[in-house]
Design a protein around this ligand. Structure first.
Ligand code: ADP
Ligand code: MG
Length: 270
């Protein structure tokens, strides 16, 4: 009887339930469950595993470069943003409203960490997410245009609810392709949400894109429905090295280190 039931479950594509059948049956017998209770447990098992598999697939399709989460973000080190502010984003109303988040600031202040942490939460909520670093996005756009598949590619990309665009400004962009980037931003405008991270302040975008009016048009669309967060402070990457660097700067007062540490600049002045 059990193997017949397992086969039927497999035939109707409930393979998780088929695999767990014996165990659930055993548990239900031990608990004296009713038939309905047994059936609920069996279906819950199938649904749970399907959801888990869907989530794993969406994670893979998001192409996140690493596993950063919001729980490991140290808000006492990065005080330009509060935990309460980030938690308030987790209802994802801004995403449903097609709004953007722009995380701006120098290297190492946690922009990518926050963006990926947010992406993971969105995935858990069932949103479709796609991550690109700016150079990956531009390379892909150039390739798709050369192949003549740009429009199809864009259409497919716009099926995602959230696009993470990381590290705009770190590497120079070939100005011949600024127009492709504009088209991409224009297609997302009021239609899809973007979380963008950049080390360039908006007044530097004209030079970055090699075209003031294109940069304005891009910024205009990105910022219209957006929250802009400027993260300041020292690089978290250098957190444990600050004391060493401070000692070095005391020893060699003429050398200038590229640090914004208050502690360091204080000690340089004294
Ligand atoms: P950015 O994108 O601003 O250059 P990242 O987000 O890549 O910086 O951060 C650099 C490294 O420091 C990463 O490993 C990140 O996880 C870590 N990091 C940065 N800020 C924090 C923070 N406030 N709490 C915990 N880890 C942090
Ligand atoms: Mg980064």
């Amino acid at each position: 009887m059990i193997s017949k039931l397992q086969k039927s479950l497999t035939d109707i594509r409930c393979s998780h339930a088929a695999r767990a059948l014996e165990e659930i049956l055993h548990q239900s017998n031990a608990n004296d469950d009713s038939n309905a209770e047994f059936l609920v447990k069996l279906l819950d098992c199938e649904i749970y595993h399907r959801n888990q598999n869907r989530l794993k697939l969406q994670y893979r399709r998001a192409f996140l470069p690493c596993d950063k989460d919001l729980e490991s973000f140290d808000f006492s080190f990065q005080t330009s943003i509060s935990k309460r502010q980030v938690n308030s984003w987790l209802d994802f109303i801004w995403l449903d409203n097609r709004e953007n988040k722009l995380l701006l600031g120098p290297s190492g202040v946690g922009k990518t960490h926050l963006a990926i942490g947010l992406a993971r939460k969105a995935l858990l909520k069932g949103y479709k997410v796609r991550y690109f670093s700016m150079d990956e996005l531009v390379d892909e756009m150039i390739l798709k245009e050369a192949e003549g598949t740009w429009k199809d590619w864009l259409k497919k990309l716009l099926k995602h609810d959230l696009i993470i665009l990381d590290e705009l400004g770190y590497l120079p962009i070939d100005h011949r392709y600024t127009h492709l980037f504009f088209q991409f931003i224009n297609s997302c405008y009021e239609y899809r949400s973007i979380v963008l991270t950049s080390n360039k302040m908006p007044n530097q975008w004209g030079r970055y894109f090699g075209d003031e009016s294109a940069a304005m048009a891009i910024l205009d669309r990105l910022m219209h429905h957006a929250e802009v967060i400027v993260l300041n402070g020292d690089s978290y990457r250098l957190k444990d090295k600050l004391d060493t660097l401070r000692q070095a700067s005391e020893k060699f007062p003429d050398s200038s280190f590229p640090l914004r540490s208050k502690k360091l600049s204080d000690s340089q002045q004294s």
